[in-house]
Design a protein around this ligand. Structure first.
Ligand code: GLU
Length: 506
């Protein structure tokens, strides 16, 4: 087999949906598995849908999750340019070649004429007639007009498009790497525009020409592109490139819990992101949440995405990227849609937060503290992470669970504190605070605990009845890791201050 070359070919029209990110991942895994090349091509030929900043955003998302392309508009490469708008001049010749070989034609219809056709041919069986086999001879194009008329219209610069002439050979098929043999009836497909009046190719022409010129061997894309496959198959054939056609794999849809395609609607209904990173539409100002900012680790999100439609045939759920590169197998990707479960995604993130050293999480966790006005020392933060990571699912949980390690609680849960409070407790805590107020009395959690227990016994109190009040004084509420781990970390002096502040307010 020739060198594997795959491509992710997004249109820069908005945020990167996790379905798109999964396509990136599968491309990446397949490329790495075969020591191949992963190309990022920007499909920006539809100027009306172009959104400023969307391309930079895509690069940023790929960088965040570490799935960088080998060739792209940023990195360059031997098959550039990698932005279709910069390849504009390349496409016309192929469209003209198709006209010359009788597989495409010039069409001069105005928008009004197209509308009229849709009205004229409308029947109850066929409410939206297409431009194609049944209608093309009644329209204004180089098939219905004489060669002289066509020539004249072209010469006088009348706006025109080039359309594919869909064959009427009825059935065509190809072997999808996931779905197996897929058949189409070409008579049901309309004569898609290949080259627009502005000289830009449509997606259909550009995707085929570029996959050919960029020597793409495998094309992975979402299932929503399956209806376009017959057009692409015919273009490969009509352009004489059938032998070079990539192998296609149409990936299953990602579904919401209600079984419909996962969309922004699901995200806003259940309060979870569906984009890789935060995205603001510059035209409308509309903001969409991203997994990155929501506090997912890229490795965890990639693990979640890998399993949306694929498994290795065992019960294993946690896969490192290297393992995925080894084990990923398109023939084990399911045909049917994969349901995205946000709670399960959080479970994965939780698992990843428990892996590796606490210090390794510092760069990920730190920005969330900084966003809350806390600038932590790295070593101290690392200790805190070690103590609380078990309780965290998403990165912002570290702030909720660990805020009190950095600042004394603003408010405390007085109600819970006073529930079993006895007057003699006040005396005990005063003494404890006095004892703790010198740094020399710092110790390990175990030493602190033993000492605490001794002091309690001396005063005829039980350690058990004093633990919850102590926790609330230090933390503000009934949460957090071991209370003496907290004392050891914040230090006895700070603990003493918090105890005294609470006693004052009681
Ligand atoms: N530009 C298409 C998209 O936005 C690419 C489809 C394909 O990969 O062929 O998804």
């Amino acid at each position: 087999m020739s060198e594997v070359r795959v491509r992710f070919a997004p249109s820069p029209t908005g945020g990167l949906h996790i379905g798109g990110l999964r396509t990136v991942l599968y491309n990446y895994l397949f490329a790495k598995q075969h020591q191949g090349t992963f190309v990022l091509r920007i499909e920006d030929t539809d100027q009306t849908r172009y959104v400023e900043g969307a391309e930079e955003y895509i690069h940023k998302c790929l960088e965040w999750c570490g799935l960088q392309a080998d060739e792209s508009a940023l990195q360059g490469g031997p098959f550039g340019p990698y932005r279709q708008s910069e390849r504009k001049e390349m496409y016309r010749q192929y469209a003209e070649q198709l006209v010359a070989t009788g597989h495409a034609y010039y069409a001069f219809d105005t928008p009004e004429e197209l509308m009229k056709m849709r009205e004229d041919f409308k029947t109850s069986d066929n409410p939206s007639p297409q431009y194609g086999l049944a209608t093309r001879n009644r329209m204004k194009n180089s098939l219905s007009l004489s060669p002289e008329e066509t020539k004249h219209l072209l010469a006088s610069g009348v706006a025109h498009v080039i359309r594919i002439k869909m064959g009427n050979e009825e059935k065509i098929s190809f072997n999808d790497m996931i779905r197996g043999e897929v058949h189409f009836d070409t008579r049901l497909v309309d004569d898609k525009v290949l080259l627009k009046a502005d000289g830009m190719p449509t997606y259909h022409l550009a995707v085929v020409v570029d996959d050919y010129l960029m020597k793409i061997t495998h094309a992975f894309r979402g299932e929503e592109w399956l209806p376009s496959a017959p057009v692409h198959l015919l273009l490969w054939k009509y352009l004489g490139w059938s032998d070079n056609m990539p192998r296609y794999a149409h990936l299953p849809l990602i579904l919401g819990s209600d079984g419909s395609k996962l969309s922004k609607r699901h995200g806003s209904k259940y309060g979870f992101p569906i984009f890789a990173m935060n995205w603001t539409n510059p035209k409308t100002g509309e903001k969409e949440a991203g997994f990155a900012e929501r506090g997912f680790l890229p490795a965890a999100l990639l693990n979640v995405l890998a399993l949306l439609g694929w498994n290795d045939g065992t019960e294993q759920e946690l896969f490192s990227l290297d393992e995925l590169i080894q084990k990923f197998d398109l023939s084990r990707v399911s045909h049917s849609g994969a349901v995205f479960d946000f709670e399960k995604a959080k479970w994965f993130n939780h698992q990843y937060l428990q892996m590796g050293s606490a210090a390794a999480l510092v760069p990920q966790v730190k920005p969330f503290f900084e966003a809350n006005g806390i600038i932590p020392d790295d070593a101290y933060l690392s200790t805190v992470i070690g103590l609380i990571r078990e309780r965290c699912h998403l990165l912002p949980d570290f702030v909720d669970q660990g805020h009190f390690f950095f600042v004394a609680p603003m408010e405390i849960d007085r109600e819970s504190l006073l529930k079993k409070w006895k007057p003699e407790h006040a005396r005990f805590f005063e003494q404890l605070a006095t004892h703790w107020s010198t740094a020399e009395n710092n110790g390990t959690a175990t030493e602190l605990e033993q000492n605490f227990e001794m002091m309690a016994t001396e005063q005829g109190l039980k350690k058990g009845e004093l633990m919850l009040p102590l926790r609330i004084m230090l933390v503000g509420g009934k949460f957090g890791p071991g209370v003496f781990d907290i004392v050891q970390t914040i230090g006895t002096v700070e603990a003493a201050n918090r105890i005294l502040a609470t006693l004052k307010g009681l």
